[in-house]
Unconditional design. Structure first.
Length: 273
């Protein structure tokens, strides 16, 4: 029969979102560069680009959710979606490898200029106490890993109430982590500018903090979908992807806590604030 589907793949119809997303990203990047170079209206262009990017994300992913509801996500399509998420997380790992590489380069081979003095942390730097807020945030993220796992197991067993409760707990823990990190940044005894220590510290931990925010938004979207009854024990890739991403964020933080807060500040005076 002409037009009959004889395969398990989902052939996408023509869609404007790829090209729209590319232009939105271009506007966002251009606005950011303009703002950093103090060019007039750079901030407004960047904000406009960000709004365009968010709109494209919402529209494009909304299409994907619609495909899932329509039954287009066959086992083959679902497998490839999982491959795509795995590759995306792997690419994120490479970002963090770069930040860790910079940190180890600075710490193992410190500069001999007078400001650094051939030691790490550099002379005159007071470090953040790793066993105060950083340790608390570590415990918060570890707890959030258990609550998202609780939500996942509840979903697999058809327990929608447990799914919603687990997601709520994870979202609140993620928001608490971000709040504590913002307070820690506001009271940090060193700045981003100047010595390598501050730049490497804020880039590594701040990039992770951005991932926590993204993961929290990811979970909020899944919570809304859970209230709508979108997920079933056999079809819930959206939630599964969010859970993978959250566990990735947890694991990265453990490495950050050990290498940057504990090992990276060993022997330096601890800030009393």
């Amino acid at each position: 029969m002409a037009g009959a589907k004889s395969h398990d793949y989902h052939i996408l119809p023509p869609d404007p979102y790829p090209i729209l997303s590319a232009f939105a990203a271009l506007i966002l990047a251009s606005g950011g560069i303009m703002y950093m170079h103090n060019i007039a209206y750079g901030g407004f262009v960047a904000i406009g680009g960000l709004i365009c990017v968010l709109a494209c994300m919402a529209g494009w992913w909304g299409r994907v959710i619609g495909e899932a509801k329509a039954g287009d996500h066959t086992p083959v399509v679902g497998l490839h979606l999982r491959y795509g998420m795995i590759l995306f997380i792997a690419s994120e790992v490479m970002f963090f490898v770069g930040w860790f590489w910079a940190w180890f380069d600075f710490s193992l081979f410190p500069s001999t200029v007078d400001a650094v003095g051939g030691v790490w942390p550099p002379k005159g730097i007071e470090v953040i106490n790793p066993f105060a807020f950083p340790l608390l945030n570590t415990l918060i993220l570890l707890c959030s890993g258990t609550t998202v796992t609780w939500a996942h197991h509840a979903l697999l067993h058809g327990d929608r109430r447990g799914l919603i409760q687990g997601l709520w707990c994870t979202i609140l823990l993620g928001a608490l982590f971000s709040t504590i990190q913002a307070y820690e940044y506001a009271h940090a005894p060193f700045a981003f500018k100047g010595l390598n220590y501050g730049a490497a510290f804020f880039m590594a931990t701040g990039f992770h903090g951005f991932h926590v925010l993204v993961g929290t938004i990811f979970l909020i979207v899944n919570l809304i979908r859970a209230y709508k009854g979108d997920f079933t024990p056999k079809q819930h890739f959206g939630f599964e992807a969010a859970a993978w991403y959250w566990h990735f964020v947890d694991v990265v933080w453990l490495f950050l806590f050990v290498t940057i807060y504990v090992w990276g500040g060993w022997g330096a005076p601890i800030h009393a604030g």
